[in-house]
Design a protein around this ligand. Sequence first.
Ligand SMILES: C[S@@+](CC[C@H](N)C(=O)[O-])C[C@H]1O[C@@H](n2cnc3c(N)ncnc32)[C@H](O)[C@@H]1O
Length: 269
Amino acid sequence: MNKDDLLTLYKDLPNKEMWVNEALFGYEHIQSHLEKLRDASDILEIGSGSGILLSLIQSQYPTLNIDGIEPFSDGFDALQTYQKRMEDDGIHIAKCGYEDFETEKKYDFIFLINVFEHLPDLRDFILFTKRHLKKDGVCLILCPNYSFPYESHFKLPIIWNKRLTYKIFKKQIEKFEEDHDCAGLWKSLNFVKLRQVRKTIYVQKMNLKVDTSIINDIIERLNNDEEFYQRQKIIAKVARLVQKIGLLKLLNLKIVQNIAPYMKIEVRR
Ligand SMILES: C[S@@+](CC[C@H](N)C(=O)[O-])C[C@H]1O[C@@H](n2cnc3c(N)ncnc32)[C@H](O)[C@@H]1O
């Protein structure tokens, strides 16, 4: 399925171009993991939103066992539009947060794309992956890194922390939530930092791999995806400047990774 097929299939989804683009971005980043899985492997998407990515996976990898979890939480109720069709297509999306997902099942691959920054308790989620990954399983997480002082949903600079940023930009935040029909979105953000994740994984004696290639991929996406460019013009300007002055070459340094605007990480038991 290409972008046009998906846009036609999800024609009544509010903001469909953005959600289709996000699903294609996610697909690009999980594909190398899906390729390695054997038939009948178990995979789980946390925060599957409208389910576009799961239906894409089902069409390309029909032998995988696919589960999804999606609470349609604060600011994301509109994503339920195609819930019934997903069910009819045999994709089961549990309508709850991962916290209430009751299963003994273990997975070969768990993934979450732009969801980690909405979870209330990061340590609790890492423990969830520890419980639900098979011995050789991987959890792939893609999300913003809030050590970089920019909030990408609301397109605002972060002034010191979440609280002060809210005080300063209260009006803009409220207007954004009203205009975009996403009440509760600001409240849902946890301002996660890669540094924090490193610490949690270390304490849990788990393994973490940081994939810095995501930064170049995002710069490429800003060049090729007009809708994304329009949404993230400020990040595009910063990224191009960083690229121009050669800072990207330093991404192998932990200290630079820790302040990069976005993270792609793999967590193993
Ligand atoms: C920005 S959307 C991303 C949706 C989709 N992954 C994508 O990339 O298009 C964040 C999603 O995380 C979900 N979410 C928030 N809290 C969650 C939780 N506790 N467990 C599972 N999903 C959650 C929201 O309902 C929302 O659909």
